[in-house]
Design a protein around this ligand. Structure first.
Ligand code: GLV
Ligand code: GLV
Length: 325
């Protein structure tokens, strides 16, 4: 009988068409919706499956692996981050993990630049003035932002996305680049003369701080009261990585105290934040709904890579990108 695969979401159009073309080889169960699958439907749908294509909204833990049973050969996540996956449980179950690095690097770095500019030029304020019709048009001395010329850029996590973000931001005129990472990346850093420093050093000197690291035990809550206290009061923080890297209560307090000028977040806990959440209403906080990789090109490439990884897992072949468990 054909291998069974559960797909937890409607895929972007090209990837969806490719998935459907595989129905001769696979029995496809799909939650064909643009919103998340319920936990119960996930636990029911995974029973007896050989493969799973999932998103970061699905918690992949031992309960799910138990519900799946011994046939589950592969979990293929449509994301570069895999903090939603219990990798130790997967390894113990003998299940492989596919993910989607590289294809989303450019789009995510673009989103970081978008947020950096929105924050530095007070775009939230401007959009609100125009939308509410309370604006007075050109103003010489109000609504003034800041610019990046001769400033210091701080990149937290100097992986592919961190480096692509630096490359995009350099033409804005930064005079110095600092980065933190668990190890130095001399080759990646060389074109920007980026300096590997400690987090306190980065925070003390950077005018724009971009979070580009994965969420893990080391980075969870890394941006807490102590970190915000170490930042320049004029600094901008951009997070396009994972919401849980930032302690949101501490961020709110720090914004109220003026310990940093603006936070621009593509990721929060939870997503979305409830209507009227103090960070949503805060004039010095700009929030986007996790659109880091949300382009036609990138989402189709991610969907395609996830399908390729899933097929490779189901048929015991080499994946395009596999996490070493
Ligand atoms: C999105 O957040 C991803 O990890 O791909
Ligand atoms: C992964 O997190 C990357 O930087 O590509």
């Amino acid at each position: 009988s054909k291998p069974i695969v559960l797909v937890t979401r409607q895929l972007p159009s090209q990837a969806q068409a490719r998935l459907e073309s595989l129905s001769d080889e696979l029995t496809i169960r799909q939650h064909k919706s643009t919103s998340p699958i319920s936990r119960q439907d996930l636990l029911d749908g995974i029973k007896g499956a050989d493969g799973l294509i999932c998103l970061l909204s699905e918690k992949i833990d031992s309960e799910l692996l138990e519900a799946a049973g011994p046939r589950l050969k592969v979990v293929s996540t449509v994301s570069v981050g895999y903090d939603h996956v219990d990798t130790a449980a997967l390894k113990a179950h003998g299940t492989r993990l596919g993910y989607t690095p590289d294809v989303l690097t450019d789009a995510t770095a673009d989103t970081t630049v978008l947020l950096a500019l929105m924050a530095s030029r007070l775009a939230k304020r401007s959009l609100e003035i125009v939308t509410s019709g309370t604006g007075g048009g050109f103003s010489l001395s109000t609504g003034l932002g800041t610019q990046f010329t001769k400033k210091t850029l701080g990149i937290v996590g100097f992986g592919r996305i961190g480096a692509a973000t630096t490359q995009r931001l350099m033409p804005f005129g930064f005079s110095r680049v600092l980065y933190t990472a668990s190890r130095a990346h001399p080759e990646r850093a060389q074109p920007f003369k980026a300096e590997h420093v400690s987090l306190p050093t980065l925070l003390a000197h950077s005018d724009l701080v971009c979070i580009c690291c994965p969420l893990n035990q080391q980075t969870e809550g890394m941006f807490d009261a102590k970190a915000f206290a170490a930042m320049k009061p004029s600094a901008i923080l951009v997070n396009t990585a994972r919401g849980a890297i930032v302690n949101q209560d501490d961020l709110l307090a720090a914004l109220d105290r003026g310990e940093l000028a603006h936070a621009a977040l593509d990721v929060t806990v939870p997503e979305p934040l409830p209507k009227g959440h103090p960070l949503v209403r805060h004039p010095n906080c700009t929030i986007l709904p996790h659109i880091g990789s949300a382009t036609e090109e990138t989402r189709n490439a991610m969907g395609n890579m996830a399908i390729t990884n899933m097929m490779a897992g189901v048929f015991a072949e080499q994946m395009t990108a596999e996490v070493e468990l």
